[in-house]
Design a protein. Structure first.
Length: 202
């Protein structure tokens, strides 16, 4: 079984701006560390949105690589696809700070889980993720992939991520949000900038 680890991206071509709450555009990965990691005000937030398969997780994974290469302190959660025979069969939760990884979701129902679409997400693994997020207090960069219906509609899921974002306990945060919840996220965090990735390519 193959698990997607945080990958590398050759460039940032094809990134589109959304009309709401957008102040800047990305140009290239070379300019990103200086433009985003060092020249931000405390508590700046960037929402990354796009349809399923548009590359939100890949985008967030690249941010992790760039932050680490520039000696920037970073924490947060990535949800990585697990493939078997070319088919997506699971989701792993990846704690950016500790680099620890656990199986978060399966298509088949398992004990003590949340049902989200066709996936069943382990409450125990989400609890572990919340504990990791609760320990983040003064990171330069926080990346959350993703904030979804559990958090924004059901009051469950990664609630510690919402606390971090509400209290702005970071210098800069990147948060992946599906298009159906983008307006909800923008209303909750009106200071956020929004970037929308293009059509599905992965």
């Amino acid at each position: 079984m193959e698990t997607r680890r945080p990958p590398e991206i050759p460039n940032w071509d094809g990134l589109e701006k959304e009309s709401l709450s957008v102040k800047r555009s990305l140009t290239s990965s070379d300019s990103l560390p200086a433009s985003f990691f060092y020249k931000k005000e405390q508590g700046d937030l960037i929402l990354i949105s796009g349809p399923s398969g548009s590359g939100k997780t890949t985008f967030c994974s690249k941010l992790v690589s760039l932050a680490r290469s520039s000696n920037t302190s970073i924490g947060g959660i990535l949800c990585l696809a697990v493939f078997e025979g070319g088919n997506k069969v699971g989701i792993d939760q990846y704690d950016i700070k500790s680099e620890k990884q656990q199986r978060l979701g399966l298509r088949s129902k398992w004990m003590d889980s949340y049902a989200v679409g066709c996936w069943h997400l382990s409450k125990n693994v989400i609890s572990w993720g919340n504990q990791a997020l609760a320990e983040l207090t003064k990171e330069d960069v926080v990346v959350i992939d993703e904030i979804g219906p559990l958090e924004l509609e059901n009051g469950s899921g990664y609630q510690q991520a919402l606390r971090l974002l509400d209290e702005r306990c970071y210098r800069l945060a990147f948060v992946a949000v599906r298009p159906s919840l983008l307006l909800v996220a923008q209303k909750r965090w009106p200071h956020a900038q929004t970037y929308v990735l293009g059509s599905a390519t992965q």
